[in-house]
Ligand binder design. Sequence first.
Ligand code: NOJ
Length: 573
Amino acid sequence: MSRRNAGGDDDHPWWKEAVVYQVYPKSFNDSDGDGIGDLAGLARRADYLDDLGVDAVWLCPVYGSPMADNGYDISDYRSIHPAYGDMDDWRQVRDVLHERDIRLVMDLVVNHTSDEHEWFRRSRREEDGYADYYHWWEGEPDEPPNNWESIFGGPAWSYDEARGEWYLHLFDEKQPDLNWRNSAVREDVHGMMQWWLDEGVDGFRMDVINLISKTEGLPDGDPEAGLTGAEHFMNGPRVHDRLREMHDRVLDDRDLLVVGETPGASVADAREYVGPNGDGLSMVFQFEHVTVDHGDDKWTTADVPLAEFKEIIAKWQAGLADEGWNSVYLSNHDQPRMVSRFGDDGEYRRKSAKLLGTLTHTLQGTPFVYQGEEIGMTNAPFESPDELRDVEAKNYVERAVEHGEADCYEDVRETVEATARDNARTPMQWSDDTHAGFTDGEPWIECNPNYAEVNVERARSDPDSVLSYYRELIALRHERDLLVYGEFELLAPDDPDVFAYSRRLDGERGLIVLNVAADATSFDVPAEVDRDGLELVIANADDAPATVPATLDLDPYEARVYLTPSQEGGVGR
Ligand code: NOJ
């Protein structure tokens, strides 16, 4: 490949130097007017992605599915859901991306399938070879096997009348968990991965991959320890064996990006997944920094405590600096919009969106940009529960009312609007045309009403837009190894408003200063920072000084990046 994705040796693989763009296909671009985004629609936007400068696309599930969880409930791993198109459309996406040096990473959802998958149908009938494909448990219909809770709320077990047994589902009841102890299951999964690799995919994003191994005997969990049962299924006993086997059989000796989604993983766990002696994953998605504002669960939230947030980021930066590699993200299809959560989606929408982008592109690790983040898309209003589409949000509202925690939707509306996953799933805002230029039909979920102001068309022609800034950030990231590989050091850890850090690689140095507050402030550059030779390379304010003063006067949400000039012959270039 040419201008991007160079990488090349074991220490500098392409995916360390890449910026990845996440596409949630249902909401990206609809080509046929049925209100659902599709692959032909994505192919039409290849130039947009090329122009933005990203190196890879992570495509959320597009496989055969009854869509109980928008495709994370797969009924056929080797076909495309008709609403998205067919395999020819998929190959077209692959080809238009590859022609632009953009790699394609597929979502791999193998902790569970849909209950409409052929394997589950056969298992339910106890057909030869399939009886143990899932976690079944004999018992009375009113006595679930244990007290585990589903991540979507309620018990993690449902009784299947057809088989007369209970089955485990850590998510929706339409998402039964596969039994990874069964070697036939593992072989089927490996075969399916191989099939996609033969189709030319460049990697996998592995959905909740650290949940695949459950404690033998499926014992009760401690109800006081957060999600009940988690200690028996998160980072479970055989998870590393399973991943190593997958690596040896399928992934070894290939130039792939393999990112595991690992809720509840600590730095020590992550090192086992990604470290030099680990399971062969390129990186993981850890959750600590996106649960920092949660109380008992995601529906009880507080303001983001900056000092704690910085400490978490610094811990992960240091923890994987020599052993492994970080992914860097603030948003995805499961999180509220980052500008509404970590920034200010009112007066400072543009400024704070740029600041947050500055953060994700100047940490050590691979930045992931979630669709719409690059134009500063915000959380959406959900005036009635009928506007919600996500099974998790709908369950939450239903249970809150059922359990008497709320009298009606209005009582939980604020919580829903701050936290629901549907915030991230409103249609991509392409223009100020009807339905944001996303579809000619009726969108499957309402557009955010702010699309007249926040849209790609408008941002494209505005040099001061969030989009223009992201383009610059991504280009800068490609130019400077310092930003990719440089050592990270947190400065002024206790400053409640300013997130400042240095980067260092061979003779090159960087200083990044972010005022994560809606008030102006000043920042005294710590004595350990050598200000000499540092020059401003990007900022979200016009009047930022070109060199580093002893004290920086910072406007609300002001972000500045100072680097020493690039030295010839640096690492990787
Ligand atoms: C994590 C995915 O990101 C999320 O969208 C999905 O609901 C669950 N895993 C279950 O597959």
